[in-house]
Ligand binder design. Structure first.
Ligand SMILES: *Cc1c(COP(=O)(O)O)cnc(C)c1O
Length: 367
């Protein structure tokens, strides 16, 4: 059997080549390259998909997080609580403003930010909390919101891995004060390059983000504050409008494969993420833990299946944040996960024989 990749985007690009090509050619003919008609059209479609009042397309998910922090007034001297178990960009947005990310551990079973540790992290400098719907699994929004409300803090959702997921029947991206999405290739919805979006309900936030991403101006050449060039490219907007049409189908496929793994992988050496009943995950990544993850990844590679790890170093122990003084043991659940995680192949275009092969290999491991 042929090599099974962790993710293979070429199958989607090939399957929908004509639609993508047509969208790209349209932008080129009209030279609507930076922001403009196709970026604006995608914003409207994406807001409708998420169910948020506003969506503002930006050049990537990291910029979305940076702008969300700026719109909420985060700056030097402030602290924002973020999970230790996430992709590092969740913390970058905080650091870019001159504020300090404060890392909180995850729960031992959902691997998401643990509401029960948040109060030990709150100081008089704390402005808010960023929760991450990690691997496509919504975090405990109700638990986080309750603590945030008690202390007058904002909640931002990092939805970079969770397009279409739901918490208690509500779409992620409509819950927090602001929500940030990424369209990096490989995310559930992806651009042909880089892209991101900030969604929100408040016009004030939307307008501010729109100005900040556009060099700080509402009227061209009149700059009311220091801005950024964080606009979404027209080509990406046009491509995203095409792929957004396929997203519900892709999500369904991810969920089918995810639930197959949950039902059919029965090896007692393998532990899976817990998916609480009040949530609908979208399986961006299918992460498991095993006693020796290097050994497991090698075993899969020897059998022609590519796996990787999300993430091998938790944020609080990254060199970039050495100055913050965290030590091993500060976030034990995130550290356990980093030391034991493996990500199995999962993408919408996986074929039946490939799914079966991954399941068989998992069940045969050291049995
Ligand atoms: C991908 C990702 C980001 C950053 O998005 P980019 O578009 O790559 O800048 C932020 N947070 C999480 C959780 C991500 O997975």
């Amino acid at each position: 059997m042929a090599h099974i990749k962790r993710i293979d985007l070429t199958r989607d690009v090939k399957a929908h080549e004509d639609a993508y090509r047509e969208a790209i050619e349209k932008v080129c003919r009209e030279t609507a390259f930076s922001g403009g008609k196709y970026a604006d059209a995608f914003d409207k479609e994406f807001a409708a998909y998420v169910g948020s009042k506003y969506a503002s397309g930006v050049n990537n998910g990291t910029s979305a997080l940076h702008l969300a922090m700026l719109a909420l007034g985060v700056g030097p001297g402030d602290e924002v609580i973020v999970p230790a178990n996430t992709y590092i960009a969740t913390a970058w947005g905080v650091s870019y403003t001159g504020a300090t990310p404060v890392f909180a551990d995850c729960t031992p079973d959902t691997w998401e930010i643990d509401p029960s540790v948040l109060e030990t992290k709150i100081t008089e400098r704390t402005k808010g909390i960023i929760g991450v719907h990690l691997y496509g699994q919504p975090f405990d929004y109700a638990g986080v919101r309750e603590i945030a409300d008690r202390h007058g803090l904002f909640v931002v959702e990092d939805c970079a891995q969770a397009h279409g997921a739901q918490f208690e029947g509500k779409n992620v991206g409509t819950l927090g004060d602001l929500a940030c999405f990424s369209f990096y290739p490989g995310k559930n919805l992806y651009a042909f390059g880089e892209g991101g979006s900030v969604t929100c309900e408040k016009e004030e936030y939307y307008k501010h983000i729109d100005r900040l991403k556009n060099q700080g101006c509402d009227v061209r050449y009149y700059h009311d504050e220091i801005g950024y060039n964080y606009r979404l490219e027209g080509l990406q907007g046009a491509v995203l409008s095409v792929s957004l049409k396929y997203l519900p189908e892709w999500t369904k496929r991810r969920q089918e494969i995810g639930h197959r793994y949950i039902r059919e992988i029965t090896n007692p050496l393998i532990t899976m993420q817990h998916h609480p009943e009040n949530t609908t995950p979208v399986f961006h990544l299918f992460v498991i833990t095993v006693p020796d993850h290097d050994d497991f990844v090698k075993y899969m590679a020897d059998n022609d299946v590519e796996c990787n790890m999300h993430y091998p170093v938790p944020c609080h122990l990254q060199k970039a944040y050495a100055n913050l003084g965290y030590k091993p043991g500060d976030c034990p659940n995130a550290e356990y996960l980093a030391a034991h995680c493996v990500t199995l192949p999962l993408f919408p275009e996986m074929r039946e024989d490939e799914i079966r092969r991954v399941i068989e290999l998992c069940n045969a491991y050291r049995q």
